[in-house]
Design a binder for this molecule. Sequence first.
Ligand code: C2E
Ligand code: CA
Ligand code: CA
Ligand code: CA
Length: 278
Amino acid sequence: AARNGEDGVRCYAPAMGQVFLRRFQLVTQFRHAIDSGQIEVHYQPKVALPGRQVVGAEALVRWWHPEYGRLDPDEFIPVVEATGLVDALTAFVLECALIKIRDWLDRGMRMSVAVNLSVRNLADESFPDRVADALQRHDIPPELLTLELTESSVMADRERSLPVLRRLHTMGVVLAVDDFGTGYSSLAYLRHLPVDEVKIDKSFVLGMGTDLSDLAVVRTIVELGHSLDLAVVAEGVEDDISRDQLVGMGCDVAQGYLLSRPLPEERFEAWLEARTKR
Ligand code: C2E
Ligand code: CA
Ligand code: CA
Ligand code: CA
């Protein structure tokens, strides 16, 4: 028990203690959560503009916690990301994604899955080899796997990240810069990164209908992306108006609630089937 002042241990408010306790629990329980099936991968479709062809999906994790119920990644990823456990998460999601791609290929569908990387993966020089092994094991063409990374995760350790990215890029895996336009992302630096795709952060896409500066940012990113020969993806597309604006700008791919929320695998399959029937 913490006693105020003595032994340099500071007393903390009970509410604060509960937050730390919960984080501590999430870290200690995470490995078991993966192994026991509490972590579930959901899929959110990506559609090529201006048409309706589904080009693939982004894999997004959810945790069905026995005590706390459904936890969204924004609560547990930052906690897990500070530990080596995030390596196990990436490996798990990658495995699910490749199984999904293989399943589609076996049914005559050529669609990609995007997996989110953490800053630790980018600093891990053995990561590209593990991706190559996994692609080979499932007999997947590398261009059907997209890996999403943020610019800040690259900048956290540029010296280590750049060789990892170059290696993945040379293998033929598609690399996407996520959350583009936020933080310290610099437009100029983008051309030094071996990437194929930019994803406009959803905050701008969500705001583009009502905020002229958001609209300007979206337009600028589409133009910049194309001038660098990159595919441009907009996430957070929630209504027809923003979709139509994006089409007008020449944005390549849309993702968002307008199409579908992230869905568990079986529901994603049902969504796909209903869509192709229409
Ligand atoms: P992200 O990579 O930027 O993922 C997009 C987020 O936007 C997802 O939130 C998605 O549900 C949400 N979204 C998609 N369309 C719309 C829309 O039209 N409107 C609105 N308001 N939101 C939309 P989610 O699933 O809660 O994931 C949050 C973040 O957690 C992700 O942001 C990503 O950074 C992280 N994450 C999720 N899965 C993984 C994973 O497997 N590994 C790692 N390292 N991070 C992950
Ligand atoms: Ca993402
Ligand atoms: Ca994003
Ligand atoms: Ca994000």
